[in-house]
Design a protein around this ligand. Structure first.
Ligand code: ADP
Length: 192
């Protein structure tokens, strides 16, 4: 299996790059943000539970997020592997992912690719995306900045988890989409 964790702050390009990698390696993208938005849109019980967190740009509690991920994996088995986009976002989630991959597939994260982008570029990109995405959390600059703050307070530390495992690679996330895809592919080739 090839299990890629795509890491980086909101607006760093994880979703865009996940689409290319999904196609190339036949490893489905799993975006916890997309799964939550699907639940919001369809007004499910889970959607009602997570709405207040998402509206504020805060992280959804770990247990809720991890249970949703487990359900999704159970419904979408794939032996080639997965691209995790937006999960894990806390150390508890990183530990949960290790356990899930070990127990379900006798496997592990192959590589963590962290996209590095300066904060002010992130804000610009997200405001720009908000003009067309219709995502409420991309329209309000305060919510955007709160998401970036959540990233530094709770998510950035996850780097330590993967550094300890020797699975942490930083990639400059500023440049053309193609250039960045190429850099990701170069890093992935090393673990194939
Ligand atoms: P972005 O990376 O642009 O902030 P996402 O689509 O990944 O957007 O996530 C949108 C929102 O969904 C987050 O602000 C958060 O509220 C929630 N969310 C997504 N993934 C997670 C996660 N792994 N843990 C907790 N909350 C999450």
């Amino acid at each position: 299996m090839l299990n890629i964790v795509l890491f980086g702050p909101p607006g760093s390009g994880k979703g865009t790059q996940a689409k290319f990698l999904e196609e190339k390696y036949q490893t489905p993208q799993i975006s916890t943000g997309d799964l939550f938005r699907y639940n919001l849109k369809n007004e499910t019980e889970l959607g009602a539970l997570v709405k207040s967190y998402m509206d504020k740009g805060h992280l959804v509690p770990d247990e809720v997020t991890t249970n949703m991920l487990i359900d999704h994996l159970d419904n979408n088995p794939n032996t080639n592997g997965y691209i995790f986009d937006g999960y894990p976002r806390t150390t508890a989630q990183a530990e949960a992912l290790d356990k899930i991959l070990a127990e379900k597939y006798d496997n592990e994260v192959s590589i963590t690719l962290a996209l590095v982008v300066d904060d002010e570029i992130l804000v610009e990109r997200l405001l720009d995306r908000g003009k067309t995405s219709g995502r409420a959390d991309d329209i309000d600059e305060k919510i955007i900045r709160d998401r970036i703050t959540e990233y530094y307070e709770k998510t950035a530390i996850v780097a330590e988890h993967y550094k300890k495992q020797g699975k942490w690679i930083e990639i400059d996330g500023v440049g053309s989409i193609d250039e960045i895809t190429e850099k990701l592919n170069t890093a992935i080739r090393e673990v194939l």
